[in-house]
Design a protein. Structure first.
Length: 163
């Protein structure tokens, strides 16, 4: 398994990966319809990533099995903080890939001078909460009715780690 920066040539495979990930998980913020719209512009998005916003992919051979999206502010008072998200395909879970993506995010952050990483997790996503707590992320608050799932709302934990 390799973790590397996404490339424009990955656009089609990344779209296929992300569409599958969205179908497998209720906890991602994109719907399948929104993912299809995003797919049309994915190569342009990849080309626009810079030192403040990156996507990395976890690959096994030519197959994308996971990703890390991470971004930080350009503002001098906020550039020490980054927000990130990770996702791993169901058939590749429980193999340590998410652990490696989190470690990769923390190393990226240190290299960029970031001292704080933040993530939000839906409060009933117990496996994700356990994963981040295993990596010493702390619950700092609850965002009430933060996510809409069809006709119901869900709260999110705001989690962070000072690195």
């Amino acid at each position: 398994m390799e973790i590397r920066k996404i490339r424009p040539a990955d656009a089609e495979k990344f779209v296929e990966f992300y569409e599958k990930l969205v179908k497998e998980s209720d906890y991602l913020m994109f719907t399948p319809k929104e993912t299809a719209e995003k797919a049309k512009q994915e190569q342009k998005y990849i080309e626009d990533y810079d030192d403040y916003k990156q996507v990395f992919v976890a690959t096994e051979g030519e197959r994308i099995v996971g990703y890390l999206g991470i971004s930080r502010s350009h503002l001098s008072k906020l550039k020490h903080t980054a927000r990130f998200t990770v996702g791993v395909l169901r058939d590749s879970q429980r193999q340590g890939i998410a652990d490696k993506l989190i470690a990769f995010a923390e190393n990226w952050a240190r290299e960029k001078g970031v001292g704080r990483l933040e993530i939000t997790v839906v409060t009933d996503n117990l496996p994700a909460i356990a994963l981040f707590e295993k990596h010493h992320y702390e619950r700092e608050g609850i965002r009430k009715k933060a996510v809409s799932f069809d006709d119901k709302y869900a709260d999110e934990y705001f989690m962070a780690k000072v690195i």
